[in-house]
Design a protein around this ligand. Structure first.
Ligand code: NDP
Ligand code: 8X3
Length: 264
């Protein structure tokens, strides 16, 4: 916990699921001295989370920012608009991401293709490019952590997930390149790849249809977003020379993207 003392952590997609849990877990781990920049499109939800954190972690300062990572102009304006005390970002958690539909080629909606790539890939790359100059200005070639939330889907394609899988494979490839490019710095490039986690993810996939989303988790015991948050915060809290470069996290019943044991 002391290694996180005084750090400034920026999380994208912090209004729900893994991002929200990660914000709460950072605050729980370092309640006395931490700054959190919480970003997502739902600013009201971020403000509620800020209040919740204020209730149990008095030493955590929270700065909620309305940010759509699929809009390059919003990312371009982000750093310049940060209050002075939040400008020295130490940890970037690139978490914002989504899946839309289960359609297969040639029936995938252009709009769904675009939003998945603009959010999961271009958004993550633009965020990285916006924050890296802050890291690189520090001694020894630079300091700071970039924690990218990939997915088992980036390692293993499945039917009905071609676009989502392609976006997460792109995240993996970008992340691996970045780690190589930054080899002469103290910047840590970390990828966390969850398997099945119950969040709003499937509700978004099925365009708000909660019944369909529920079926995804029938007979299985998915991970909770807290499970992933713990790994993210653990990675950020390692000794500076320790890079938890790559983590794949499954619930017990899962062994591959589509290999799960279902109780019927
Ligand atoms: P949720 O749908 O619960 O949360 C997604 C978060 O991303 C929300 O806070 C949402 O906020 C935000 N978000 C979506 N689009 C944008 C955007 N354009 N700009 C900014 N924020 C955005 O899903 P998860 O927590 O499950 O997903 C988080 C990450 O984990 C994603 O990258 C996902 O691909 C990955 N993942 C999830 C798995 C799962 O099984 N759940 C497994 C493997 C990986 P808002 O709507 O307010 O903008
Ligand atoms: C989410 C995991 O494989 O269910 O990233 O789409 S998967």
């Amino acid at each position: 916990a002391s290694r996180l003392k005084g750090k400034t952590v920026l999380i994208t997609g912090a209004s729900a699921g893994i991002g929200k849990s990660t914000a709460l877990e950072f605050a729980r781990t370092q309640p006395d001295d931490l700054k959190l920049i919480l970003t997502a499109r739902r600013i009201d939800t971020l403000k509620e989370i800020a209040q919740e954190i204020g209730g149990f972690a008095k030493g955590v300062k929270v700065h909620p920012v309305k940010l759509d990572v699929s809009k390059p102009e919003e990312i371009a304006a982000l750093v310049g608009n940060l209050p002075e005390e939040f400008k020295e970002v130490d940890v970037l958690v690139n978490n914002a991401g989504l899946v839309k539909g289960v359609a297969q080629a040639p029936n995938i909606e252009a709009e769904d293709i675009n939003i998945m790539f603009a959010t999961n890939v271009t958004g993550l790359i633009n965020m990285t490019q916006a924050i890296l100059p802050i890291f690189k200005a520090r001694p020894d070639g630079g300091r700071g952590d970039i924690i990218n939330i990939g997915s088992i889907a980036g390692r293993e394609p499945y039917q009905g997930g071609s676009i989502y899988c392609a976006t997460k494979a792109a995240v993996r490839s970008f992340t691996d390149s970045l780690r190589r490019e930054l080899i002469a710095s103290r910047i840590r490039i970390i990828e966390v790849d969850p398997g099945q986690v119950e969040t709003e993810f499937s509700v978004v996939r099925f365009y708000g249809d909660k019944e369909k989303a529920k079926k995804v988790y029938e007979g299985v015991e998915p991970l909770t977003p807290e499970d992933i948050a713990e790994v993210v915060v653990f990675a950020a809290g390692r000794r500076e020379n320790v890079v938890l470069a790559d983590a794949l996290i499954f619930p017990n019943h899962q062994a591959a993207a589509t290999v799960m044991h279902r109780k019927t």
